[in-house]
Design a protein around this ligand. Structure first.
Ligand code: G6P
Ligand code: MN
Length: 447
């Protein structure tokens, strides 16, 4: 089986490759094509993966490509994990947002919209190239903002594009861990929302919902990351577990304040951290070791400003070590390729699952995966307080897609001005103007 990784020169590629190395079952991936616009990173990445594969007789063969069509030809699966505008673009989005007094973040609010606007033309091209060159392939989308990007690509690829995020399963895993139920096999996580905007509403273990037991125990709630971030009292008031990205909505003012005192934005920090990593790794005799060190540091500092604003201290080592995303990706791939039924939380078209959203709206909900793809499991339900927010943000996503795919500047303005984290049409207008000045080429489609 062939896997093509678009954005394969990206930092998280070794996570996926390591999951593949652990898969020895028949029908596993035997060929990995890394596709990237940056040939230097591709060369370094190939050396990192070579280090990872040392001693594994059945390691998937790795090839590198700067030509997209060449790389994805014959692929059974295409992973998309690209970052249009790079980390510099991310840092710029954050700075523009903050300079107008709104949240500056990669996927939320202004930053998410700006990031989507420059990403959408590129991923639509990618979708069309997949349809032309590898029409049988399934696309697994990690490219952020994952919900928006998946919905736009589904215009071309239908249900053959599926979006992934590690945060819902991470949340569920941490909550179950707090209850000492981390090892249970029969777990049915009820989760509903959009990407980076959802809630765990039930945690069913052996058919019984154990979430009320967690909600009754402030000590247990504050024993894991999201519990500490939002505070036991608020989680008890919600009666559900919010995705960590809801922190920007629930504690907007506090994050804005913490941002003012932060020494740099996340994006700016990563620009420096990652560029020195790539320099070092290119010259290093053991690039995989450099990667491990850098990855640990990246995970330790994840969402540091939010944690600081909540006064919650360091992350748990368990959260730093065990990622989720590569395992979700692997389970999804095996589920489809080998009809190995899996239950995963994914970004797929709604098809009547969440009330109040149309069938084509991409939502993040539990799905059953089999050889025919990912099917949302009926019964996912938004909490009452989440319905209005999800409807509004879906509207914003749709306007963003209209802007990014069809070039409507007015739609971009509608998206920005209606976003709950942007509090004035005047501010929305200035944000858009600044974005167009900062990204003249990537946003040239907006008219
Ligand atoms: C989580 C989110 C991803 C996001 C990443 C950012 O994994 O689910 O969507 O891209 O965090 O992490 P970073 O280290 O880039 O700040
Ligand atoms: Mn995510």
């Amino acid at each position: 089986m062939k896997l093509a990784m678009v954005g394969g020169g990206g930092f998280r590629t070794p996570l996926v490759y390591s999951a593949l190395l652990h898969d020895h079952a028949p029908g596993r991936v035997t060929e990995v094509a890394l596709v990237d616009v940056d040939s230097d990173r591709l060369a370094t990445m190939a050396r990192i993966l070579e280090d990872e594969a040392a001693g594994a007789a059945d390691a998937p063969r790795v090839s590198i490509h700067t030509d997209l069509a060449e790389g994805i030809r014959g692929a059974d699966f295409v992973f998309s994990a690209i970052r249009v505008g790079g980390l510099e673009g991310r840092a710029l989005d954050e700075r523009i947002g903050q300079s107008h007094g709104v949240i500056g973040q990669e996927t939320v609010g202004f930053g998410g919209i700006s990031f989507a606007l420059r990403t959408l033309p590129v991923v639509m091209d990618l979708a069309r190239t997949v349809r032309r060159v590898a029409p049988e392939a399934w696309v697994i989308n990690f490219t952020n903002p994952a919900g928006i990007v998946t919905e736009a690509m589904s215009q071309v690829l239908g249900d053959r594009v599926i979006g992934i995020c590690d945060s819902p399963i991470g949340l569920a895993r941490r909550a179950l861990g707090a209850l000492g139920l981390g090892d249970c096999a029969d777990v049915d996580v009820r989760y509903a929302g959009l990407n980076h905007l959802g809630w765990v509403t039930q945690l069913r273990v052996d058919g019984r919902d154990v979430l009320p037991e967690l909600l009754a125990r402030p000590d247990l709630i504050e024993s894991f990351e999201e519990g500490r971030l939002f505070g036991a009292e608020w989680i008890q008031a919600l009666g559900a577990l919010p995705n960590e990205y809801l922190h920007y909505f629930n504690y907007q003012r506090d994050v804005l304040q913490a941002d003012q005192y932060a020494s740099s934005t996340r994006g700016r920090y990563l620009v420096d951290q990652q560029s020195s990593f790539w320099d070092r790794a290119a010259r290093s005799g053991h690039p995989l070791e450099d990667w491990h060190v850098c990855r640990h540091e990246r995970e330790v500092t994840y969402m540091a400003t939010n944690r600081e604003s909540a006064g919650m201290g360091d992350r748990d080592e368990a959260d730093i070590v065990s990622g989720g995303y590569e395992n979700v990706a692997l389970a999804l791939m095996r589920g489809i390729a080998h009809d190995q039924m899996a239950r995963l939380i994914l970004n797929v078209r709604n098809r009547g699952t969440l009330v109040g959203l149309d069938d084509e709206a991409v939502v993040e909900v539990p799905c059953i995966v089999d050889s025919a793809g990912a099917h949302p499991i009926p019964g996912a339900e938004l909490p009452d307080f989440g319905q209005g927010l999800v409807t509004t943000v879906k509207y914003v996503e749709r306007q963003t897609i209209e802007a990014g795919v069809n070039g409507s500047r007015t739609a971009a303005l509608r998206a920005l001005a209606h976003h709950p984290l942007i509090d004035s049409v005047r501010v929305a207008r200035s944000l858009l103007e600044d974005a167009q000045v900062s990204f003249p080429t990537d946003l040239s489609h907006l008219r």
